[in-house]
Write a protein that binds this ligand. Structure first.
Ligand code: HAX
Length: 454
């Protein structure tokens, strides 16, 4: 049974879904596993750290726990144990659509259980009850100069909402640690329900002459997002696919890690997600989808709108590398094969826009870039990541303002990282505080052949 405080929150939020009760069951079943690992098996060694990992961005060090998703270098992402095709196949579909309810995916990420259609619809109803965005959020966004990057507007909009935090309210009133997950869940769900409207508002404000479109309460999250963006079908399916594909990539990537890190200080979901979104805005992370489109446009521009020959394309790729830039959309910190999120989007393109010149160019790049990156000899992974394909689909459906693409990524990424920080609170994960060392220390340990571990 949910505690009385939870019931009050449910009434306030109009929570009509069984998701929260299911989540509580899952949390209660999971807690003894974490407690046993820490109390009885905590000193068992699972990894060691080298100097290049210490200087090189902690790459590969096993020091984070999440059950929401796992990234295998050769296989790619699994959400709650399912590959991307398995996830799409298992979840209940929106009627008349090829893709599932994003709300059902949220249920799946939170609980690990595939929802029934009724359960997905109940989450959709719950989201609708929480979706209204306070006017002051739009006022904050509107107060920014119009040429502000949309990611800055998005992050500011999320941060402005922080005054709504139920976690802060309950924390200040005093609550037990075992209850922390409850207002965290409420904040995360409230935030997730509001993000699509905030994102679409920024789009219409910045690029469509300040003509926001009011939400349609009859539509699911993906359908409503397409409606508020003002883009016709099948963009609703693009939105569903895009949000699900971008949701989570285990916990070590910059946006997920930044969200988790900030939340580990018991900062609420608004502070935490805003931090994660700021990390996503970097060109080596989420902004790469914008960079891909800008690079592709340059190729077309220099050739007067024509597709390049293979030789011309090779030259463009080498020119990019020789000018000290990275090939955007290629390489990955963990993956060592073509990103299955790339493949999934490629399949969408093959079905819906097979003859689109930009899709043809992306396929040409896929044919030649891995060899060039191998010859270049630096990137450990010469294969494309999620960002190499995603902008093309957006462009095809009329979303040509490519500096907005990372905001779309951000709405999707919120699904995974908000589910993660809800579980962080449920399992009482600690304040994150790795140890740093000095260069002198590293040099001394290097000379001694390694740090002496007593
Ligand atoms: N083009 C050129 N050089 C590349 C490269 C690429 N696509 N990918 C990696 N390299 C270079 C690195 O810059 C690095 O060079 P230095 O030794 O001079 O520093 C070297 O190869 C080794 O890097 P790595 O170990 O293979 O890759 P990292 O784990 O350090 O970085 C990145 C992973 C994704 C940041 C990297 O591959 C990259 O910069 N790719 C292009 C940008 C991009 O597509 N980012 C999106 C990634 C997916 C994502 O997070 N989306 O949000």
């Amino acid at each position: 049974m949910a505690p009385v405080a939870e019931k009050a929150d449910e009434r306030r939020s109009g929570n009509v879904s069984n998701l929260k009760a299911k989540l509580l069951e899952k949390i209660q079943a999971h807690r003894p596993r974490t407690t046993k690992l820490v109390k009885e098996q905590g000193s068992i060694v699972i990894d060691q750290v080298t100097i290049d990992q210490c200087i090189g961005g902690a790459r590969g060090i096993r020091s984070l726990v999440t059950d929401i998703s796992y990234l295998d270098p050769m296989e790619g992402i699994r959400f709650r144990g399912k590959t991307i095709p398995e996830t799409f196949a298992a979840l209940p579909k929106v009627p008349g659509s090829d893709y599932p309810y994003v709300e059902g995916f949220w249920y799946f990420l939170m609980t690990g259980d595939v929802p029934t259609t009724e359960e997905a619809l109940a989450v959709a109803a719950d989201f609708k009850a929480r979706a209204s965005v306070p006017k002051y959020v739009f006022d904050v966004i509107r107060a920014m100069p119009r040429d502000t990057h949309p990611m800055t507007m998005f992050s500011a909009g999320i941060l402005a909402l922080q005054r709504e935090s139920l976690f802060v309210k309950r924390y200040n009133e005093g609550m037990k640690k075992t209850e922390y997950w409850d207002p965290m869940y409420e904040d995360c769900t409230n935030l997730m329900a509001k993000l699509p409207e905030i994102a679409a508002y920024i789009y219409r404000l910045k690029y469509k002459g300040d003509t926001p479109i009011a939400p349609d309460p009859k539509l699911d999250l993906g359908g409503n997002f397409a409606h508020m963006m003002g883009i016709a079908k099948p963009y609703d399916d693009v939105a569903r696919m895009y949000f699900i594909l971008h949701s989570d990539h285990e916990s070590g990537n910059v946006s997920a890690h930044a969200t988790h890190l900030v939340a580990s200080a018991l900062s609420d979901a608004y502070y935490s997600l805003s931090a994660g979104i700021n990390g996503l805005a970097g060109p080596l992370h989420g902004l790469a989808n914008q960079e891909v489109l800008s690079w592709i446009q340059d190729v077309f521009k220099q050739l007067g709108g024509k597709l390049p020959t293979e030789e011309e394309l090779k030259k463009f790729l080498w020119d990019t590398l020789n000018s000290g830039k990275v090939i955007p959309g290629y390489g990955h910190a963990v993956l060592r094969k073509t990103d299955p999120r790339y493949t999934s989007q490629m399949e969408f393109c093959q079905k819906n826009l097979p003859d689109y010149p930009m899709f043809k160019l992306v396929n040409m790049i896929y044919k030649v870039a891995p060899d060039i990156l191998r010859q270049h000899g630096k990137a450990k992974n010469p294969w494309p990541n999620v960002d190499a394909q995603s902008g093309v689909i957006q462009w095809y459906y009329g979303l040509t303002e490519y500096d907005f693409y990372t905001v779309l990524f951000g709405v999707g990424r919120a699904l995974g990282v908000l589910a993660n920080i809800t579980w962080d609170r449920a399992l009482g994960y600690a304040l994150e505080r790795p140890k740093s060392v000095t260069t002198d220390m590293l040099e001394k340990w290097a000379a001694e052949g390694g740090r002496k571990l007593s």
